[in-house]
Design a protein around this ligand. Structure first.
Ligand SMILES: *Cc1c(COP(=O)(O)O)cnc(C)c1O
Length: 396
């Protein structure tokens, strides 16, 4: 999967362009930068890749989520429907906005179940924030239809799904805004970085202003720009953007390689009737960063996960016991423990996170194992890996 696997001369060259001019800032210095606009170039290329009208590159995926929430008008006290299986950053961004994360069950897509979303809508619900987990997609067309019917904002957390699509439409472009991450364990990396995409010019204008202290970016003198809104600083540096630009140009190669590796593993595992696979609404749009599969029950899943590890099959994740990606181990959230008091603690609609009950999600996650798909496997390594997996499951 990750961008950290491919760092080469292309990345060095882009970074060197920036070092040669010494202009590390993405705005201004028109003369000194000698035509190098790495953040801008990245935005143009990501827009092209996703076929979104507008893109704003920022400092992280978490920042992208915060920008999207702010631009879409999600703020203090608003309820935002989220899945319990995600990287915790999704939840942190909602809390940071002063909004209320409301959990809905996932289904065998490992993403939000549209019916479960419908079931937790209240008059305070402002937005739905589905996460395209582990490189594949939610039933985002159904979620979109629901949001339109209920007049809710739809923001996609596509941080793990760059390059994915549903029926030919890029993940991240179904709702008002889509968010991407370019941290070092995502499909491509900027070192640190993120982006929002949208087809709505007005949302884009608010987003790029909010991410830079409310600057309106009109005119050619930054010091004279006006600031229609308060914002914050979620800017990316040209150095990080330069790395990302080189990485973005490798997307075709990355997807092709991942898909081939994943297919070989999946074909080999399909011979076992006790194994079933994550439901993927559109196989062609899978980015193939992970192969996720189900065992018949929790004890079997835990046993196989352990044995795969002992057999040297690395990078297998049993998320149910993992403290980053599933709510079960999020004790900090359950106790609303942060560095300082969170604004949600003041709200009358603050849920009792300690007593949240998500039986369907537990049922699914307790049986799920995900294998990271690497680009760097040689054919021999892939072959050995398959042999070991087949051995473990045959004995299982
Ligand atoms: C990585 C990730 C984020 C946050 O991205 P950062 O760039 O690390 O801040 C948010 N959501 C999901 C689903 C992620 O995987």
């Amino acid at each position: 999967m990750p961008g950290f696997e491919i760092f080469g001369d292309e990345e060095r060259k882009e970074v060197q362009d920036v070092l040669d001019t010494g202009v590390l800032f993405r705005y201004g210095f028109d003369q000194e930068r000698k035509g190098h606009w790495k953040a801008k170039a990245f935005e143009a290329e990501l827009s092209k890749l996703t076929e979104a009208q507008h893109c704003h590159l920022c400092s992280s995926g978490t920042a992208a989520l915060s920008i999207a929430l702010a631009a879409c008008g999600v703020g203090a006290g608003d309820e935002v429907i989220v899945p319990p299986f995600t990287f915790v950053a999704t939840i942190e961004a909602v809390l940071g906005a002063g909004a209320v994360p409301v959990f809905a069950e996932i289904d065998e897509t490992l993403c939000l179940n549209p019916d479960a979303v419908n079931a937790v809508i209240t008059p305070r619900t402002k937005a739905v924030l589905p996460v395209h987990m582990c490189g594949s997609m939610a039933g985002i067309d159904e979620i979109k239809a629901l949001c339109e019917q209920k007049q809710l904002v739809l923001i996609e957390d596509a941080c793990q799904a760059l390059g994915g699509s549903l029926n030919g439409k890029a993940l991240g472009t179904f709702g008002q805004m889509g968010c991407f991450s370019f941290d070092p364990v995502k499909t491509i990396t900027c070192g640190e970085g993120g982006a929002v995409v949208t087809d709505d010019k007005e949302l884009y204008t608010i987003a790029e202003s909010y991410a830079d202290h409310g600057h309106d970016h009109i005119g050619s003198d930054r010091g004279l720009e006006s600031h229609p809104i308060l914002g914050t600083n979620f800017r990316i540096s040209e150095l990080n953007a330069a790395v990302g630009l080189a990485q973005l140009r490798k997307m075709d190669y990355i997807l092709k390689k991942q898909r081939a590796h994943k297919k070989a593993l999946k074909d080999a595992m399909s011979q076992f009737p006790e194994i079933s696979f994550r439901r993927i609404p559109d196989e062609k749009g899978d980015t193939a960063t992970f192969l996720s599969f189900f065992l018949p029950d929790e004890s079997k899943a835990r046993k196989i996960a352990g044995e795969l590890g002992s057999a040297g099959v690395d990078a297998c994740f049993y998320w149910y016991d993992n403290n980053w990606h599933y709510i079960r181990q999020w004790d900090h959230l359950k106790k609303l423990k942060s560095a300082a008091r969170l604004s949600i603690a003041l709200l009358e609609n603050c849920p009792d996170y300690e007593n949240i009950n998500l039986p369907q999600s537990d049922q699914i996650m307790s049986r799920t194992i995900s294998m990271l798909i690497k680009l760097s496997w040689t054919e021999d390594e892939l072959g050995q890996r398959i042999e070991r997996i087949v051995e473990v499951i045959s004995k299982g």
